[in-house]
Design a protein around this ligand. Structure first.
Ligand code: BEZ
Length: 543
């Protein structure tokens, strides 16, 4: 045990180590079917074969980045093999994100099967891109995998990262490429790149346009970025790296997610699909952005529990924002009752069944302010923009419309996906973005969850309906939140949330149209009953 594994084991509240010392063999060469040699490290407990399954990790970020995790697992009896993806940290070939992981993963497994120290049972561990390499390996060899422990990742990076909700993920794309392009620098050069990161990404994405953002960031075209932009989310080019496959072939699975992580939406969809296929899957969602310390320590503890304990657990551990509380439940979301709040032209947000205020009917126009409305928080890889943020400056902009309730008289708990319907006219191919916020009694507004739809869907509809009023449906990201008594609920509506989503040009000013009949534009919220000290229980209505 080292000081760092001892400290992390305490912070993460891991069970006790079973081995006092571990060894590592570095730079083991593994030859792929095309002759390329990839390097791997093997960690194992000293003192003989423990018989425990081998944990496999495949990473493009450098094997030493996972040293602590590998050592912690080896201290608990596992042999851990960490391989560098091709083209990274000494592995041969070129790193072309996504496309080689299935074959290279299968080749690693073939090599492992021939090793005398391998037990023949494999466990996969992966955070983010390492999770993609795990899904890729599982697709080729589903029956050989004993369990998978994954965090902030998805079977479908096209949908989760590059084209989230069908819009180009500008800050995800540039941030990820920035990290990858600089990660093998050393010393002062690495430090300089790290210091310049936020400023460079901010400058490259300031106008919100995806075109040439790579040249603005890196001074030259970046080939992977260009490929992603050239193939939109409907392009079959991506199909080969959609690893969702058959839900019923998924081994016992742990999914750790963050409410403010870019993978949230796609990861919860993975969870639902696998759970509905009847496979054991545990879901943990905390108040985290990509890379939060809490995410790391919780993922570690849950991974050790999965790998060393019961594998057939199917349940959920969910953090409720607003009351800052963990709640255990059999499945997420708990049964809930979608309840509608209507938007009014006077900026009101009124629960269905209540009387609409005078002035609620009418129209509001959404001007184009020249610069795109900034994202200010939410789900992105770009750390400067990610998470829960003060929304007041965003809400002052003319191109961000807000709709707010009166102070609420009792706590309102929601869990699941809010959905918004906007009755719009003359929107001329613009995308839409809506965000649900919690407004404190002192006026502070913070983002709870949000969702967007792309311009292209808008165009299809416009063609069909010749610019007439029509309804845009938007699914917000999943959430679990309690709006406390005295707080207000707010919905923001804008076209842009930049640079999380790339900007598109559109000619006309969209109008939001309201009518005096309740519900022309509104948001359906998945209400649950949350009792103090108890798990959320179903209210009436469908799940
Ligand atoms: C990651 O490994 O952290 C990552 C990879 C691709 C996109 C976003 C994040």
């Amino acid at each position: 045990m080292t000081l760092s594994t001892w400290t992390i084991a305490r912070i993460a509240r891991l069970g006790p180590a079973t081995a006092r010392s571990v060894s590592v063999e570095r730079d083991l060469p593994v030859t792929m079917t095309d002759g390329t040699v990839l390097l791997a490290d093997r960690w194992f407990a000293d003192g003989g074969d423990t018989g425990a399954p081998v944990v496999i990790v495949r990473t493009p970020y450098g094997r030493t980045q996972t040293d602590v995790i590998a050592r912690l697992l080896a201290e608990r009896g596992h042999t851990v093999v960490v391989q560098s993806c091709r083209g990274t940290f000494g592995s041969g070939g070129e790193f072309i994100p996504f496309f080689d992981e299935e074959q290279d993963g299968a080749d690693l497994l073939t090599w492992l099967e021939a090793q005398s120290w391998a037990t023949g049972e494999w466990l996969l561990f992966g955070v983010s891109y390492l999770g993609l390499t795990a899904w890729a390996m599982k697709r080729r060899s589903p029956r050989a995998i004993g369990a998978m422990a994954l965090a902030v990742t998805s079977t479908d990076f096209r949908r989760a990262v590059i084209w989230p909700s069908g819009r180009f993920g500008l800050s995800n794309g540039i941030s990820w490429r920035y990290g990858l392009r600089h990660q093998e620098l050393t010393g002062i050069h690495l430090r300089r790149a790290q210091l310049l990161e936020t400023r460079t990404i901010r400058a490259a994405t300031r106008d919100g346009y995806a075109q040439d953002a790579d040249i603005r960031a890196f001074g030259e075209p970046d080939q992977p970025y260009r490929s992603w932009l050239a193939h939109d989310d409907r392009d079959p080019w991506w199909d080969r790296i959609d690893f969702d496959g058959e839900g019923d072939s998924v081994p016992p699975l742990l999914q750790v997610a963050g409410w403010y992580d870019l993978f949230l939406d796609a990861q919860v969809d993975d969870y639902i699909r696998i759970r509905d296929a009847g496979r054991p899957v545990r879901l943990v969602i905390g108040p985290w952005v990509h890379g939060s310390l809490g995410l790391f320590t919780n993922a570690l503890r849950e991974t050790v529990e999965l790998f060393t304990g019961a594998r057939d657990r199917s349940d959920a551990r969910i953090w409720f924002g607003g009351v800052r509380r963990w709640v255990n439940m059999p499945a997420y979301p708990p049964r809930n009752a979608p309840t509608r709040w209507s938007l009014g032209a006077d900026g009101s947000l009124t629960q269905s069944g209540s009387e609409m205020p005078e002035g609620a009917a009418g129209e509001r126009e959404l001007p184009d302010d020249g610069s795109p409305a900034p994202a200010v928080g939410g789900r992105t890889l770009f750390r400067a923009d990610a998470g829960r943020k003060d929304q007041r400056a965003r809400e002052k902009r003319p191109d961000v419309l807000t709709y707010t309730t009166a102070p609420i008289e009792h706590d309102i708990a929601i869990a699941g996906w809010p959905t918004a319907q906007l009755a719009v006219a003359g929107s001329d191919g613009r995308p839409w973005f809506v965000r649900l916020c919690d407004v404190s009694p002192t006026g502070g507004s913070s983002n709870v969850c949000d969702g967007t739809v792309p311009a292209s869907d808008d165009r299809d509809l416009r063609d069909e309906e010749s610019g007439e009023r029509r309804t845009v449906d938007i699914r917000l990201s999943p959430t679990a939140h309690v709006f406390r008594r005295g707080h207000r609920i707010r919905l923001q509506v804008s076209n842009d949330a930049s640079p999380t989503y790339a900007r598109v040009d559109a000619a006309a000013r969209p109008r939001l149209v309201f009518s005096d009949t309740d519900g022309a534009s509104g948001v359906d919220m998945p209400l649950v009953a949350l009792r103090r000290g108890r798990r959320p229980s179903p209210t009436a209505g469908p799940r």
